[in-house]
Write a protein that binds this ligand. Structure first.
Ligand SMILES: *Cc1c(COP(=O)(O)O)cnc(C)c1O
Length: 213
């Protein structure tokens, strides 16, 4: 199966209201263009250097999403063009994004990453910090908090995944308003569970492009 067929099949299984981010990390520009030419406009990357290189070479109307852990000293490289940063996980990072967005005369859409997995390795704010962070961030005029992002534990235990996605969905419902309306949860292995639990933005890589090498 090719990239285009995979995209069509996925689109048939998700509601139209769910935004699909094609996670193109490690994929070639050739494969990204295949998806682009089939109508896919939102792509996600997790490394700044790779993202910058691809943005330079690929069509300018691609909407780029930063989905991986972002170091403050690298924000300046993506601030001129990034469409959404999903992995905002500290106030220090928020202030840096705000500052660099201002230098570029931009307002950058961001999601607050919430720590929902039971693993210590996943980044994000603890759930009980989110409301305070949203309040705190109102003073940052060049950053636009659009919603929440979460990654479930790496497990086959479906009940655990449901528990984690439902936790972030409950939190999302609490903070949701006209401006805050994005819940980014769900990857190739768990996006259907994510959508059942309120997700309206899914980040799919291997199910579109095949296994990463
Ligand atoms: C790699 C990655 C994905 C996509 O993973 P797949 O399992 O290939 O769909 C989604 N979100 C984040 C944050 C990622 O790093």
């Amino acid at each position: 199966m090719g990239v285009i067929e995979n995209l069509h099949l996925i689109k048939q299984t998700i509601p139209q209201s769910v935004c699909l981010i094609a996670v193109s990390k490690t994929q070639s520009n050739y494969d990204i263009l295949k998806a682009y030419n089939a109508g896919q406009k939102n792509f996600g990357e997790n490394k700044v250097q790779e993202l910058v290189q691809k943005q330079e070479k690929l069509p300018k109307d691609i909407r780029w999403h930063m989905i991986g852990h972002l170091q403050t000293n690298k924000v300046k490289f993506i601030a001129p063009f990034i469409d959404m940063i999903h992995s905002v996980d500290s106030l220090k990072l928020i202030n840096e994004i705000d500052k660099r967005a201002k230098q570029n005369n931009r307002i950058i859409d961001c999601l607050l990453q919430v720590h929902i997995a039971n693993e210590k390795t996943k980044f994000g704010f603890e759930p009980d910090k989110i409301e305070g962070v949203i309040e705190e961030t109102k003073k940052n005029k060049n950053i636009n908090i659009k919603g929440l992002m979460g990654m479930a534990s790496f497990t086959d235990n479906k009940n655990e995944i449901i528990k984690e996605f439902s936790l972030i969905n409950t939190l999302f419902k609490k903070v949701e308003n006209e401006k805050i309306n994005v819940l980014s949860t769900g990857m190739s292995s768990d996006y259907l569970i994510a959508i059942e639990n309120g997700s309206n933005m899914i980040r799919l890589g291997s199910i579109i492009f095949g296994k990463r090498i």
